[in-house]
Design a protein around this ligand. Structure first.
Ligand SMILES: Cc1ncc(COP(=O)(O)O)c(C=O)c1O
Length: 363
């Protein structure tokens, strides 16, 4: 009898052969920075819960409530959505629109503001959700080297960049991105964590992007995402963005948890995050690791031995999986550490010692 799924199984086997089959690990959080995987107790150094708010009792208590039951334009619009959009609008100074995820937010934004015939300039290291949004938009894509390129901006409709880059941990230089086209900035890893009142890197640099994407599932400890921009954008998103119109509204508990996260993301937590990131970075540099970037995302280039390094870290109780192709280019595989405001000095030092051991074991 022929195997109905032979073609799929062959692709799984090919992934396996290339060392690219990914595995899910079920982690049960035991504190803001620790988790259990089966019988293993691990210190987590790869969460985007930068301010430890996902574990905060007030955020967790807020998750109560019902599912939306339909898209917001049908019967799924809740007072919690409206309240959260108002709070975000006030915080970021312009109308905000909620999406189920940052992925959906980028798709919604980019397919809405771009039209066929437009040219868009995009950083080479932009996130997959930006790449997919640009592809879906049908606009002419001009991918420029990481860091930005002022020369390609004239005549373009839109320039799009992350602010704190998710896999390189470096910060956009907005002077290279600001010009004639509209500017869209994906602040997924920066809102809550960087800038005045946690409004992100652009706000920190005195830049007011036309469109800003922020997530609620990282520093704010909940889930979902939002787009901030002019009122006309809000109207277009609600009426035409397919990832808004054709998707169930977020559960009201998620919106309430995000509201609490927004309130709890305060300057003390941001200061602790910056201090912990600096301690982790300098400790890893001191052991000779090839550390990239400059903020609370702390990638270490480990190349072909990345998965071995990640395994060695885990056997030492430190959880930070390896990042491989296609998330990063071949040859630039890495272990991506992230700092949390809630890591203790002892946990950070343990991570650095575990990395020193892992690097020497796999040399
Ligand atoms: C830069 C960037 N944008 C968007 C997203 C997607 O956000 P979400 O996880 O809310 O879908 C991510 C996720 O990691 C990201 O790193």
């Amino acid at each position: 009898m022929s195997n109905r799924y032979a073609a799929l199984e062959a692709r799984v086997a090919a992934l396996d052969a290339a060392g690219l089959r990914r595995q899910l690990v079920a982690l049960r959080p035991t504190s803001a920075t620790t988790a259990r995987a089966g019988s293993e107790d691990l210190v987590v150094f790869c969460s985007n819960d930068y301010l430890g708010l996902a574990a905060h009792p007030e955020v967790q208590a807020a998750f109560l409530g019902s599912g939306a039951g339909s898209a917001r334009l049908v019967s799924g619009n809740r007072p919690a959505h409206v309240e959260l959009e108002e709070a975000l609008g006030e915080h970021f100074g312009r109308p905000a629109t909620l999406f189920g995820s940052g992925y959906a937010a980028n798709l919604g934004l980019l397919t809405t503001v771009l039209q066929r015939g437009d040219r868009v300039v995009s950083d080479a290291l932009n996130h997959a959700s930006i790449i997919d949004g640009l592809r879906l938009s049908g606009a002419e894509r001009q991918i420029v080297p990481h860091g930005g390129d002022t020369e390609s901006l004239p005549g373009a409709r839109l320039a799009v960049t992350e602010s704190l880059f998710s896999m390189d941990g470096d910060l956009a230089d907005f002077t290279r991105w600001t010009g004639e086209p509209w500017l869209a900035v994906d602040e997924a890893h920066a809102v809550g964590a960087l800038g005045p009142d946690g409004r992100g890197l652009a706000a920190d640099r005195g830049v007011d992007p036309d469109f800003l994407v922020g997530t609620l599932g990282k520093a704010f400890g909940a889930a979902g995402a939002f787009v901030v921009g002019p009122s006309a954008l809000r109207e277009l998103l609600v009426s035409t963005a397919r990832s808004f119109v054709y998707s169930t509204g977020m559960p009201e508990g998620v919106a309430r948890a995000a509201l609490v996260g927004l309130r709890l993301a305060n300057a003390e937590r941001r200061e602790r995050l910056a201090r912990n990131a600096a301690r982790l970075r300098s400790g890893l540099r001191q052991i000779g690791a090839q550390v990239l970037g400059e903020a609370h995302i702390v990638p270490v280039l480990t190349g072909s031995r990345t998965m071995q390094v990640a395994r060695a870290l885990r056997s030492d109780g430190v959880f930070a999986p390896g990042i491989r192709h296609p998330t990063v280019p071949r040859g630039l595989e890495r272990v991506r550490f992230t700092a949390s405001s809630e890591h203790t000095d002892e946990q950070i030092d343990r991570c650095i010692a575990a990395m020193a051991a892992a690097l020497s074991q796999t040399a």
